[in-house]
Structure formats: structure tokens, C-alpha cells
Write a protein that binds this ligand. Structure first.
Ligand code: AMP
Length: 294
């Protein structure tokens, strides 16, 4: 595995590889590091499908709000490098903030509509930061495909739309959520949780699991299921709900909240998306449900 800390080095390495591997395809996994099995699953999938695997580790200040955790976001580059290599990474790109943003950023990628709900509503400017850094990374790496986790479902939708709107020649691959044995979605932020918060954090998964049964009931509506999920999460005393939403999937529309599920066309899909704070730690999770009809 080759490590590149600068854009010049990354470009030189990619150019040489392309010269030696005409027609070879590149798979790319952008991350913020502090890697876990969720990241690993993306890298392994990319390695199954492409000849050259590029992973980036960059904690992007542009996507953090002023009162968010940019400074204390967990970082462990040496451990990350070992894990990335083991999972099949060929090039690990780890630029500094100065390398990525040598001057104040005057050009941003802003994705509207899709970003005014869920995490976009709770974290103003977050998706402009994501869109900007991901498009920069796509220009630098020029991959054939890029791998993202379905855990950040809105991020996947936003990136897919950006790539379509701007005709960026990259295939976006969404990968399943990897979980801890008790169901908590893996996240670099899980290390912030106190033992008590960690125990109660499983409430997100439990409500998504429980909702499977509710979504099988043709007489319930999305709005009613949303209420029930919120109530279930509130039973954990340390949980503070940021949002519990049920939106149509893949459009992420806040419609069809009051229609009994049995009256929807079979195969209709909803996504339940959750953001819940435990102390200062904000966790997200989601699941997609297919309506079965009566
Ligand atoms: P992050 O480093 O948190 O920005 O995540 C980098 C990529 O890994 C994003 O595409 C995430 O959606 C994905 N990812 C993070 N956690 C998981 C998980 N538990 N399962 C699958 N993918 C994940």
C-alpha cells in the first residue's frame, strides 16, 4: 500500500498506475478515518470489483458546524493505515486541511431540495461541505466507482444526485449497514459513548427492528409508525431525539403519512431515518421497508 499525503503525490501515483495498467479500473472509498468494520466492508467490496483501490482519510472541516465535533473527532492514522491495507487498499490518501484547502473556499457544491430535511435540517451547511469535498476527491482520484455506506442514507441520495446533475462519470455504490453484535450501527463516534449510553444506544436498532412488524400491518400509517418508534426510543432515559422521520424512498418525500399501508401499491417503499443524541454524541441509523399490500 502506498501512502500519499499530497495531491501532487497522489496524481503522480495514479498516473503511473494507469500507464502500467491500461484499461484498469479504480474503486474509491472516501472516509473520515478511525476506521471500523463498516469502512472495511466498503473497501473489501471495492477490492472485489476493481483493480486499484484508493481510500481517502480526511476529516473535512467544511462539513462540521461551529458547535460540532471537528476538533475532537477521533483520529488514529497509524491504526487506520494497517486496517486499510489489510482490507485491500492500494493507495491511502491522507491530506492535511491545508493541502485540501490552501486558500479560503470560494467555490462550493450546493445540493438543494434533498438537503433541507433530516440531517440537512439539523446540520445547516453540512451537505454543502460533503458535496464540495466529495467532488474535489472525485476530481483528484477520477475513480470508476465510489463506495458509500447506506448508514448515511441521505448522503448517498445527495451524492447520487450531485453526480447525475454534474455528469460526473462515477458509479455510486451503496453498501449495507454493518452493525455491532447487539445491533448498534458501527460508527467512529461510538467511542464517545459512556458505558451507560452505549447500552441504551441500542434503542435505535430496536425501534427499526420493531418497525418491521408495524410495516407488515396494512391498517397502520407511516405517521402512526413514526409515533410508535419515537415512543419506543423515549423509553431510554438518556436518549434525546433529534428526528424520527418516515419518508418515501428513494425520493425522501414527507408525503403519504396518513394513508393506511394496505392502500399503497405493493412494493411501495419507505425509509425510517433516526438521529438521536446520547449526551453530546449524535447517532444516526435507518432502514428501508417495502409495503406488502393487503
Ligand atoms: P465516515 O468515515 O463516517 O465519513 O464514513 C465513511 C463511509 O463509511 C461513508 O460512506 C459511511 O456511510 C460508511 N460507513 C460508516 N459507518 C458504516 C457502517 N456501520 N456500515 C456501513 N458503512 C458505513
Amino acid at each position: 500500500m502506498k501512502r500519499c499525503n499530497t495531491i501532487t503525490e497522489l496524481r503522480r501515483t495514479l498516473r503511473e498506475w494507469k500507464q502500467n495498467h491500461p484499461g484498469g479500473s479504480i474503486g474509491f472509498v472516501p472516509t473520515m478515518g478511525f476506521l471500523h468494520e463498516g469502512h472495511e466492508s466498503l473497501i473489501r467490496r471495492a477490492a472485489d470489483e476493481h483493480q486499484l483501490i484508493v481510500v481517502s482519510i480526511f476529516v473535512n472541516p467544511l462539513q462540521f458546524g461551529p458547535n460540532e465535533d471537528f476538533e475532537r473527532y477521533p483520529r488514529d492514522p497509524e491504526r487506520d493505515a494497517k486496517l486499510a491495507e489489510k482490507a485491500g487498499t492500494d493507495i491511502l490518501f491522507m491530506p492535511s486541511v491545508e493541502e485540501m484547502y490552501p486558500r479560503p473556499v470560494l467555490t462550493k457544491v450546493m445540493i438543494s431540495g434533498l438537503t433541507d430535511k433530516l440531517c440537512g435540517a439539523s446540520r445547516p451547511g453540512h451537505f454543502d461541505g460533503v458535496g464540495t469535498v466529495v467532488s474535489k476527491l472525485f476530481h483528484l482520484v477520477q475513480p470508476d466507482a465510489a463506495y458509500f455506506g447506506q448508514k448515511d442514507a441521505q448522503q448517498v441520495a445527495v451524492i447520487e444526485r450531485m453526480v447525475e446533475d454534474l455528469n460526473i462519470p462515477v458509479k455510486i455504490v451503496a453498501c449495507p449497514i454493518v452493525r455491532e453484535p447487539d445491533g448498534l450501527a458501527m460508527s467512529s463516534r461510538n467511542v464517545y459513548l459512556s458505558p451507560e449510553e452505549r447500552t441504551q444506544a441500542v434503542a435505535l436498532y430496536q425501534s427499526l427492528q420493531q418497525a418491521e412488524q408495524w410495516f407488515a400491518d396494512p391498517d397502520l400509517t407511516a405517521g402512526e409508525i413514526r409515533q410508535r418508534m419515537s415512543e419506543l426510543i423515549r423509553r431510554s432515559p438518556l436518549a434525546e431525539i433529534d428526528y424520527v422521520e418516515i419518508l418515501t424512498f428513494p425520493d425522501l418525500e414527507d408525503s403519504r403519512q396518513d394513508i393506511p399501508l394496505g392502500d399503497l401499491p405493493p412494493g411501495f417503499r419507505y425509509i425510517a431515518a433516526l438521529a438521536v443524541k446520547f449526551g453530546a454524541t449524535r447517532l444516526i441509523d435507518n432502514r428501508i421497508y417495502t409495503v406488502k399490500g393487503r
